[in-house]
Write a protein that binds this ligand. Structure first.
Ligand SMILES: [Zn+2]
Length: 315
């Protein structure tokens, strides 16, 4: 009798926990966290770099824009293209720029207003110059931008594929900023052109928070909490570094590192809590050596898995 009772109790308890695990707080069914395919993400870096440097206005840039639009469209997302221009006040040149906003066609929750999306961000442009190149003769060359650009874009591309069939409960949107790396060193007004445009022309209240990915593909990449992210969006940093701890990912180091001027700043200024996941010790930064062989699947796999953990824990 005692045994029967305990068996009945165990059955009851497991039925309850099954019911709980299949139901989000809002009553929306939650899907299991998918695996992140880092090999495919690595190929997305190679494919972008094969176009050549995606310097705004170049043929490589417009070809890559079409490739990115076709890719997200083929996965079944809405792709909004936002074209605009910037007048470079050093040269007088009018620079064409394009942001891409990618959203789910079917939102996981119908009540979008009470269930704002998480916005994942990267920059898809390439720097027009390599002033850190060890060879002075190559400093006027454009950046291949494998890690400084394409790695973040590849992260978004693979995350979009990972979540499409069984999305998390929370809506997810992706934005690819142009013109992040346009400015000359020290000229902060001509950096983050796309993020500034997005922050001033979008309803940032549609989003719960944002995560920016930059320079995430190098095998030795280490991620400390970026200083401005920690100052203005520490709760988001906490979510990400806690997920990394749960997964045993050691390249996320739970200390506050340097601050950096990057695309998270315009979003923070617009009141959207945003963090920057960035490796600030990339040795090939702004050199012609920033090529796909400097990226590997291990770092991408860890960043992708941590992000999926965060997304699938949200209700
Ligand atoms: Zn850069």
């Amino acid at each position: 009798m005692k045994n029967l009772l305990s068996t009945a109790l165990i059955l009851l308890l497991s039925a309850t926990s099954l019911a709980l695990s299949s139901c989000g707080v809002s009553g929306v069914s939650s899907n299991p966290e998918p695996q992140f395919d880092a090999q495919r993400a690595l190929r997305f870096i190679e494919e972008q770099v094969e176009f050549g440097p995606r310097v705004p206005g170049s043929e490589a840039w417009s070809d890559c824009r079409d490739y990115l639009m076709a890719y997200f469209d083929s996965l079944g997302y809405n792709v909004q293209r936002n074209d605009y221009t910037h007048v470079d006040y050093v040269t007088g040149q009018t620079v064409p720029l394009t942001n891409l906003l990618i959203t789910q066609k079917v939102q996981p929750s119908q009540d979008v207003s009470s269930n704002q999306a998480i916005l994942l961000c990267a920059h898809w442009d390439s720097r027009p110059r390599c002033e850190r190149d060890p060879d002075p003769a190559r400093r006027a060359d454009s950046l291949p931008a494998a890690n400084d650009g394409a790695s973040g874009v590849a992260m978004l591309m693979e995350l979009a594929a990972s979540i499409k069939d069984a999305p998390p409960t929370v809506p997810v949107a992706f934005v690819l900023f142009d013109g992040e790396d346009w400015g000359r060193e020290g000229d902060v007004n001509q950096y983050s052109l796309g993020a500034k445009k997005f922050a001033s022309h979008s309803d940032t209240k549609l989003y719960r928070y944002a995560i920016l990915f930059d320079l995430i593909g190098h095998p030795t990449a280490k991620f400390r909490k970026e200083k401005f992210s920690e100052k203005f969006a520490s709760a988001i940093n906490h979510k990400v570094w806690t997920a990394a701890k749960e997964l045993g990912v050691q390249r996320f180091i739970d200390t506050v590192g340097q601050g950096v001027i990057d695309d998270h700043l315009p979003l923070l200024n617009a009141g959207l809590p945003t963090i920057d996941i960035i490796d600030m010790n990339y040795k090939y930064w702004h050199t012609t050596l920033d090529t796909p062989d400097k990226c590997d699947s291990a770092a991408l796999h860890e960043v992708g898995s941590v992000t999926l953990r965060v997304l699938y824990q949200e209700q």
